[in-house]
Design a protein around this ligand. Structure first.
Ligand code: FES
Length: 123
């Protein structure tokens, strides 16, 4: 079982292959945002990696991170699966942003249908 450590919250065993946004919400009980419903459109599900950043990303994640000038800074938890140990920081939550809710419930599988590409090299 992969271990998910959320900075300031704790470490949790999560189901292998679980969508990261759901592991953060359900296993770590963090009120992470997913305002677009986990379709790689809003970037509110962003996480900062301390350890274990995946080398691959979905094409949808790469495109939106480039468009928003976030490439190399954050990753999108709705586009990542928990298939290895990772340590992350969650910068945007319902509480920290003062919003009325996280967004609609993400599907169990990555949406849209993932097309895997190498993560952009930074610096
Ligand atoms: S980009 Fe909107 S929930 Fe991930």
């Amino acid at each position: 079982m992969p271990k998910l450590e959320v900075e300031g919250v704790g470490a949790f065993d999560v189901e292998d292959g679980k969508r990261l946004v759901l592991a953060i919400e359900e296993d770590a009980s963090v009120d992470i945002l997913h305002r677009c419903g986990a379709y790689a459109k809003c970037t509110t599900c962003r996480v900062e990696y301390v350890e274990g950043e995946p080398e691959q990303m979905t094409q949808a994640e790469r495109e939106i991170l480039q468009t928003k000038n976030l490439a190399g800074q954050v990753r999108l938890s709705c586009q990542i699966l928990c298939d290895h140990d990772m340590k992350i920081h969650v910068p945007m939550t319902v509480t920290s942003m003062g919003l009325d809710g996280p967004g609609s419930k993400p599907e169990p599988c990555i949406t849209p249908e993932p097309e895997w590409v190498e993560k952009e090299k930074t610096a």
